[in-house]
Design a protein around this ligand. Structure first.
Ligand code: ATP
Ligand code: MG
Length: 251
């Protein structure tokens, strides 16, 4: 008897996407993420990392090719339907409502759910983020950078996604806080949620990822186990902005 392998949690096939029809930014990307994996997307500024994940999430037009969630074709699905199918996306910017309270931010994220489960889901997420739970009436705009990212992640988790995509959650955070946010992402992944992480913070991201892909000029140029890529000097030099060997300096 043969067993059929489960479909990837998330996949793209020859995906071409961009803001204008005659200007493809993502240029034919085949990308697969297995259930339970934590995969990081690396690459230089302007490579199209945000465009790729926004296209998957339904926020940038897909010109051709396909996106699949657990084997189901979600290429043309509206954003809300993708969320209902288990895809959660934390954008690079404007991922919380700064003028609203923590509670209101969570409630808005829960509005997509049936009314009877909303309070329960908010309570469950608050259990994961006790710091937020303790300050539910605080204005989100008054939170620290790290707490804001935690709130953005908490909002995304309200729907119990199967796949969580985050676009540069470490942006603007101090190294210590990056460590805390990433440790939390690792826990979330260990609890069974597949994670796709777009990052500039190469070292920290490779430390928690299983696998990494490198996007350059809208195309996937390299991929491999995170540990292997982290130690590949050619890759580091060409694509990740590392100093040539021997010229390493702290930043
Ligand atoms: N809203 C937009 N409208 C038109 N073009 C855009 C828009 N956002 C980004 N672009 C263009 O798409 C290309 C890829 O940008 P994208 O933001 O996807 O790169 P990135 O890899 O996420 O870069 P970064 O590391 O700086 O976040 C760039 O040339 C950029 O100018
Ligand atoms: Mg980006």
């Amino acid at each position: 008897m043969s067993t059929v392998a489960p479909p990837p949690a998330l996949a793209t096939q020859a995906l071409v996407a961009g803001y204008e029809r005659d200007l493809p930014i993502v240029r034919g990307v085949d990308f697969q993420v297995a259930a339970g994996e934590l995969v990081v997307i690396l690459g230089p500024n302007g490579a199209g990392k945000s465009t790729l994940v926004k296209a998957i999430a339904g926020l940038v037009p897909i010109h051709s090719g396909h996106a699949f969630l657990a084997g189901a074709d979600i290429t043309r699905s509206p954003v809300q339907e993708k969320v209902r199918h288990g895809l959660a996306f934390v954008p690079q910017t404007e991922n919380i409502f700064a003028t609203l309270s923590i509670q209101e931010n969570l409630q808005l994220a829960a509005d997509i759910l049936p009314r009877r489960v909303q309070a329960e889901r908010i309570a469950e997420v608050c259990d994961l983020f006790p710091d937020l739970a303790a300050r539910r009436s605080a204005r989100a705009g008054n939170l620290s950078g790290g707490q804001r990212q935690m709130l953005a992640v908490a909002r995304a988790l309200i729907v119990k996604p199967s796949v969580l995509i985050l676009d540069e959650p470490s942006a603007g955070l101090s190294p210590k806080i990056v460590g805390e946010v990433f440790a939390r992402l690792k826990d979330i992944n260990a609890a069974g949620i597949t994670i796709v992480l777009v990052e500039q913070n190469v070292k920290a991201a490779l430390a928690i990822a299983h696998r990494a892909v490198i996007l350059v000029e809208g195309e996937l140029r390299h991929e491999g186990p995170a540990a292997t890529l982290a130690e590949d000097p050619i890759v580091a030099q060409l694509y990740l902005g590392a100093a040539p060997a021997g010229q390493e300096e702290g930043r």
